[in-house]
Design a protein around this ligand. Structure first.
Ligand code: RNT
Ligand code: ZN
Length: 418
């Protein structure tokens, strides 16, 4: 059987469950997922020479890392060509592109420093998401930024945040697509603090000041990302889960952002998604793979990834959840890391969309839990791979088993020559 025939067979099997795979494929094509620029260069960026700080780390020294905006864009283009679906670009402020001899510190960043990214995104019909960069900078004082007791330090970072609101508005205006602006800081303490509330009150005030900068609520979507701990900030993080959820709940227009690497290892974000959807009109996600801790491994098509996608799809929330990938692995081919992660999340969404939720919910509500278990187990061995291959083909990208040859070639021709 060739791929078309296999797809036709699969389509019939899903149709018997009441799932229209053609409609699913068309629907998924339109769902935007943000691709993070920082996988391409180990979260280095272009505005500083110092190390990566803020409690996050990359490990590995695989050859071919992008060192200039041109290289990063070239690599990203290669990756994009191997990913099905609608892509959005996710940038950090540290990826500002300066002219020869020009420099602007984080508090002085302007839209013009991102004009080349806008051009890149527009040529590829992509929207842009944005992140102020509150790390890897000499004005991070004693590990603190927006929560610093030093008013000059705090002011600098508030000004950075405000500059980023203006840049986010510029991205939204230029692309015509809403810009999600995510606030995350690594602020915290390695050892036991004496005051856990003071830093949080300052953080709250700082975010309020940043978001007092005018912006169009429909086009710029500010979020606050929580975290349980980071390297060097093991005892206390200012932006904890309770802090960010409460902030978002009490500040209209601000979304909570959950990164599935930022919770205790037995907590699952898949269960938190429907809880938040009961209260928030919109939420945001950073999709990653935490291995024992917030290790930011490449996203795979694994159980929790599938569950997260299911919660978004079966609650009819694809239009309410802003999805972005967030991981960085320097130990493997970085372009491949981008592609595997993006394709895995696409697979998870497609898989979630191929489930007969109406029937399954009914079984649950009628307490027919035995049948529900049997059905959920049997769907696992349905011919999902044939639907996935068809989806890739209809998106004009190479199927599994084919795309990796392109990576090998690109590594030989481009990456190893750097
Ligand atoms: C860090 C957070 C944050 C960063 C990016 C680079 O733990 O997840 O989102 O990964 O901003
Ligand atoms: Zn994150």
């Amino acid at each position: 059987m060739n791929q078309k025939e296999r797809y036709e067979d699969a389509k019939k099997m899903y149709a018997a469950l009441g799932v229209d795979t053609d409609a699913v494929i068309e629907a998924l094509k339109k769902v935007p997922v943000a691709l993070h620029c920082w996988q391409g260069d180990d979260v280095t960026g272009f505005d500083h020479d110092g190390p990566l700080t803020g409690g996050i780390q990359t490990t590995g020294d695989y050859p071919g890392k992008a060192k200039t905006p041109q290289e990063l864009m070239l690599d990203m283009d290669k990756a994009l060509s191997l990913m099905p679906g609608t892509k959005k670009l996710n940038l950090h402020a540290s990826y500002a592109i300066f002219e020869e001899g020009e420099f602007a510190d984080r508090d002085k960043l302007e839209p013009k420093h991102f004009a080349k990214w806008v051009e890149f995104a527009k040529e590829r019909n992509m929207g842009i998401d944005f992140n102020p960069t509150f790390f890897s900078h000499d004005k991070v004082k004693d590990g603190l930024t927006l929560s610093s007791p030093d008013e000059e330090t705090r002011k600098f970072w508030i000004e950075h945040g405000k500059a980023c609101v203006r840049i986010s508005q510029y991205f939204a205006n230029e692309t015509g697509i809403p810009c999600v602006m995510n606030i995350w800081t690594g602020d915290g303490y390695k050892d036991i603090p004496a005051d856990r509330m003071g830093p949080r009150l300052r953080y709250k005030d700082s975010i309020e000041q940043i978001l007092s900068e005018p912006y169009d609520r429909k086009m710029v979507k500010p979020c606050v990302e929580s975290k349980v701990f980071g390297i060097g900030v093991e005892s206390y993080t200012v932006g904890s889960a309770e802090f960010t959820l409460s902030y978002a709940a009490t500040h209209e227009g601000c979304l909570p952002l959950m990164d599935n690497g930022h919770y205790h290892p037995t907590e699952v974000v898949s269960d938190k998604i429907p809880a938040l959807l009961c209260f928030y009109p919109e939420i945001a996600l950073h999709i990653t793979r935490p291995v024992r801790w917030d290790s930011d491994h490449v996203v795979l098509f694994d159980d929790e990834t599938k569950e997260m996608a299911k919660e978004i799809v079966r609650n009819d929330a694809l239009g309410r959840v802003f999805m972005a990938l967030d991981y960085f692995d320097a130990s493997i081919n970085r372009v491949s890391a981008w592609v595997v992660g993006f394709r895995s999340w696409q697979k998870a969404l497609l898989n979630a969309m191929c489930m007969p939720y109406g029937t399954m919910k009914q079984l649950q509500d009628e307490n027919r839990m035995t049948e529900l278990m049997v059905m959920q187990e049997e769907i696992k061995t349905y011919p999902f791979g044939d639907v996935w291959n068809e989806y890739c083909e209809r998106c004009g990208v190479l199927a599994d088993g084919k795309w990796f040859e392109e990576i090998v070639k690109y590594e030989q021709d481009v990456l190893l020559k750097r």
